[in-house]
Design a protein around this ligand. Structure first.
Ligand SMILES: Nc1ncnc2c1ncn2[C@@H]1O[C@H](COP(=O)(O)OP(=O)(O)OP(=O)(O)O)[C@@H](O)[C@H]1O
Ligand SMILES: [Mg+2]
Length: 396
């Protein structure tokens, strides 16, 4: 769903768009000229389908992903078809939180202390040795699934199981929890140089309400950070991109500033999801990262000037988390859309659906994006619009 704006953009540019998805009726598939029925997470299946299309239907000139974490599939297709892309080993490292952190640590890129976790007992020992709070996470998952903040109240054995089931390769790691403001960045790398028009404060107001899970409740732009701190984050993104091995492509950073110093939590080698690159960044600074990545993936030049902010406006995204239960009614969607500055209202649920207590950000029932002259007003507008939407539930 979040890839649709990109598919539409590519069509508007006059491109012939081929989409892959395991669901032949996915919205993106219906919007495409050509369809490859294969899970984007299944590298071999996507490769087979892409080669077949390339040879038998129409040559493919470029490959990219949007709003999905599959740089390895993209890189593999690019290599096989001789298309521009990042090296396969770089993409693989970008999808493995442990391998990525090991590379960062070896290259002197600031990351929190981390360790692999071999068992629940091992976790108990690490917690004793290093103290709490720690963050436990699957090595190869996404969207915050299985990521938990370990505090003294948390049962470590149960937390370990919850992380383990979210890891396709059955691997879990633990890190020092770094308190402090969290930042999302999104950059295009040209000739090894990072251009970072995407820079947002992540909103973690619910960190205690939904503990031990990290529930991100949207973001606010421009960042509240002073210019020097923003610059320090940008420089760290640059170091991290170099260490990861992305010299031409896109990197999406999860960064934190703790005790005045920036750290990398993760650097993804792909465009963001959650409407960040498709809506928030264009509304905030007028830069189109999706277009830049389309050009890169087709082997076309990208002018760094197009990655410079053209203006600065306040933008806020807030998620809608109704009380858990079975949805009986949804009201106020239209009224919310008519409120000042509301740029997007999206509801992902309907009456009859079950709302579960959130354990990751994907559990939200929808979202609002609002704009204003400054960040505070944008946040107020988004929060007002969230309040205007009434999702009532009854015990399921
Ligand atoms: N060591 C840490 N210190 C502080 N916060 C952390 C730490 N590790 C993870 N987090 C928080 O938890 C979120 C999810 O962790 P992580 O990025 O590792 O998992 P993910 O599954 O890729 O989630 P997402 O898709 O939200 O990035 C991070 O974006 C960050 O807000
Ligand atoms: Mg992440």
């Amino acid at each position: 769903m979040e890839a649709l704006p990109g598919i539409e953009k590519a069509r508007d540019l006059g491109l012939h768009v081929v989409v892959s998805d395991m669901n032949p009726y996915a919205p993106g598939m219906l919007a495409a000229h050509g369809q490859l029925v294969a899970s984007t997470y299944d590298v071999a299946a996507t490769l087979k389908a892409a080669i077949g299309y390339h040879q038998q239907v129409r040559p493919i000139d470029g490959v990219m992903c949007l709003a999905t974490d599959v740089p390895l599939t993209v890189a593999s297709v690019a290599v096989e078809l001789g298309l521009p892309g990042i090296p396969v080993e770089v993409a693989a490292r970008a999808m493995d939180k442990l391998a990525m952190k090991q590379k960062f640590a070896a290259d002197g890129v600031a990351v929190p202390w981390f360790s692999t976790v071999e068992s629940a007992d091992h976790l108990q020992n690490l917690a004793k040795e290093h103290g709490l709070p720690l963050v436990l996470k699957p090595v190869d998952s996404r969207g915050g699934r299985g990521v938990q903040r370990l505090t003294p109240e948390v049962n470590l054995a149960a937390a370990y199981e919850r992380a383990l089931v979210q890891s396709p390769s059955g691997r879990v790691m633990v890190e020092r929890y770094l308190p402090g403001p969290q930042i999302s960045t999104e950059s295009v790398v040209l000739d090894g140089v990072c251009h970072t028009p995407g820079f947002a404060d992540r909103n973690y107001e619910f960190i205690d309400r939904y503990a031990p899970h990290f529930i991100e409740n949207g973001g606010t732009m421009p960042s509240h950070l002073p210019a020097e701190a923003r610059q320090a984050v940008r420089e760290l993104v640059q170091q991290a991109a170099r260490s990861l091995g992305v010299s031409r492509g896109v990197v999406k950073g999860d960064m934190v500033i703790s005790d005045g110093k920036p750290y990398v939590i993760e650097l993804a080698a792909r465009l963001s999801g959650g409407w960040f690159c498709t809506h928030e960044i264009p509304l905030n600074v007028g830069v189109d990262l999706v277009l830049a990545v389309m050009r890169l993936s087709l082997g076309l030049p990208v002018d760094p000037a197009t990655l410079q902010p053209r203006f600065e406006r306040g933008v806020a995204l807030r998620l809608i988390f109704p009380p858990p239960g079975r949805i009986t009614t949804i009201e106020g969607e239209q009224a919310a859309g008519n409120l000042p500055g509301v740029a997007m209202v999206r509801l992902a649920v309907q009456p009859g659906d079950i709302v579960r207590p959130p354990t990751d950000s994907n559990a939200s029932a929808g979202l609002i994006i609002a704009v204003a002259d400054d960040r505070e007003e944008a946040a107020r507008r988004a929060e007002t619009a969230v309040q205007a939407i009434q999702v009532t539930t009854e015990p399921a």
